[in-house]
Design a protein around this ligand. Structure first.
Ligand code: UDP
Length: 498
């Protein structure tokens, strides 16, 4: 199946020997940066690129495609699914389930590599997003070059690295003291509460245990294979942290994985994201157009976090007390049914509730004033690139670390505290919003910092800017490695003949 040809793609020119197979999880937070990277490898590097997601994610990307195994092309890159052993989008229940799925996962991804070779487009390099050790295994099996795409901040990369290289015991010993400070090599001190939640949840949460195990395996593989690591960040954001990790990991800084604002404002169709959720039918862009400049509070907790009835109630009352217009994303599948009454209420008056929106379009709209966010790394980068100050309400994984960076390192937002039940209360929401939108010197400084970082982010993705240069350098290195690889192969054959 072929989608509309991409107008911005560079005349179909391909590099001499590169076919990248980029493999990602079938969730929105992995798809977005993986697809942006894939399209950049094609448009900036002139490479052939295939993006591979589990079948469940592929189906959601292309719902009109009846044959869910079929290859799809958008004129710039191709999409081929693989089976993760279950195909229904469910996460493994426990470590045993994960191990069972792993075998099927390995076979299916290997089959994708073989079928591409059989069709005359052999893969030369594989790229895996974050914790996908099976991709490393497939690359090893097929003797393919490999890169890891780190889709969290460089601070998280450095923190995980040191956790698995000598600091696990110290962190585990203080797991129950959230304010305990740990200083990892080259990094600013981090409190336990600012670290990835998996470190402290590994003993009582099966999902955290599994994810931490997968990451551990990935770091072990990285120690052996020494792959290049692409990081979705930019120098102005994490200069010191990038320097801190460089002695240990071969890093290429290729972020932020966000189109330039000019493309968003032009509503350039080729830059549009592929959404795994159906866009809400309400015309929220028209609604935003009707709002005053810098007046709207945008609130979204991403694609995975769910709402309890109490959480909906608290946010509703908080937003209503602020008296500002608000746009609030609550996914249909992400809320308790009993919350519907309050959501009906939230849709009246100054507010609009949608099940899903095009977040990049929303954040770059002139009427948006601030973003109440769970601090997923994509949402954080998108807010930074749009210059929108944040109320950070982290929940799990790298989100507390991102919230810490937002508030303490970059000064582009304020962190809200959840209560003992993990709920963001109405009082806390109001207090953070009033502070962020208020006239204090500190709030003005946050707005100035947000504008400054927006400029830096735009510079990073400008034509021939650092992101493009680093990506070209990365492709060149991959190609050079390929030539060396071929030379070694011919030497081996020569030895055999002799
Ligand atoms: N997103 C969107 N529309 C929405 C909510 C989220 O397009 O209504 C996108 C958002 O732009 C971001 C991704 O979904 O790129 C969520 O990724 P993130 O890392 O922020 O959080 P996750 O969903 O992985 O927790």
């Amino acid at each position: 199946m072929a989608l509309a040809k991409d107008e911005d793609h560079n005349n179909g020119e391909k590099g001499p020997c590169s076919h990248f197979l980029v493999v990602a999880y079938g969730i929105q937070g992995h798809l977005n940066p993986a697809r942006t990277l894939a399209r950049r490898l094609a448009s900036i590097g002139g490479c052939t690129v295939t993006l591979s997601l589990p079948i469940s994610g592929h189906r959601r990307m292309f719902p009109s495609n009846e044959n869910s195994h079929e290859e799809v092309s958008d004129g710039a890159i191709s999409y081929i699914p693989f089976s993760d052993g279950k195909d229904d989008g469910s996460w493994p229940k426990d470590v045993e389930d994960r191990t069972q799925r792993r075998e099927a996962n390995f076979k299916s991804l290997s089959a994708v590599v073989k079928s591409l070779a059989a069709s005359g487009q052999p893969v030369t390099c594989m790229v895996c997003t974050l914790s996908m050790p099976v991709v490393v295994q497939v690359a090893r099996e097929h003797r393919l070059r490999l890169a890891v795409y780190w889709i969290q901040p460089a601070t998280a990369l450095a923190t995980y690295y040191h956790y698995f290289h000598g600091h696990e015991e110290l962190i585990t010993q203080h797991a129950t003291t959230p304010t305990y400070e740990v200083t990892l090599p080259g990094l600013h001190p981090l409190r336990i509460r600012d670290m990835p939640t998996f470190f402290t949840e590994k003993t009582h949460n099966e999902v955290s245990k599994m994810i931490l195990q997968a990451l551990h395996e990935l770091f072990e593989q990285m120690d052996q294979e020494k792959p290049m690591v692409l990081v979705n960040t930019f120098d102005a954001l994490e200069d010191a942290e990038l320097k801190a990790i460089q002695p240990y990991v071969d890093v290429f800084v290729v972020g932020p994985a966000i189109p330039p604002l000019t493309a968003l404002q032009r509503r350039n169709a080729s830059e549009a994201q592929i959404h795994l959720f159906k866009q809400d039918e309400k015309n929220y862009m028209e609604w935003l157009n009707a709002q005053q400049e810098k007046s709207v509070v945008y609130l979204s907790f991403g694609s995975l976090i769910t709402y309890t009835k109490r959480q909906v109630e608290e946010i509703l009352h908080g937003l209503q007390s602020c008296r500002q217009p608000y746009l609030w994303v609550v996914r249909g599948e992400g809320r308790a049914e009993e919350a519907d009454f309050h959501l009906g209420e939230a849709n009246r008056g100054k507010g609009m509730v949608v099940e899903w929106c095009d977040q990049l379009q929303v954040l770059s709209h002139r009427s948006v004033r601030c973003f109440v966010t769970h601090c997923g790394w994509n949402s954080t980068l998108e807010a930074i690139a749009s210059g929108v100050p944040m109320v950070a309400v982290p929940c799990w994984s790298d989100q507390p670390m991102n919230a810490h960076l937002v508030e303490q390192e970059w000064g582009v937002g304020v962190r809200a505290e959840r209560d003992a039940e993990g709920v963001l209360t109405r009082e806390e929401l109001v207090s953070c919003l009033e502070f962020l939108m208020g006239d204090s010197e500190k709030a003005a400084q946050i707005r100035a910092n947000a504008n400054n970082l927006k400029e830096r982010a735009q510079e990073a993705v400008a034509p021939d800017g650092p992101m493009e240069r680093n990506l070209r350098r990365f492709i060149k290195r991959m190609q050079d490695l390929g030539s060396m690889h071929q030379e070694n192969e011919s030497v081996n054959i020569f030895n055999l003949i002799q």
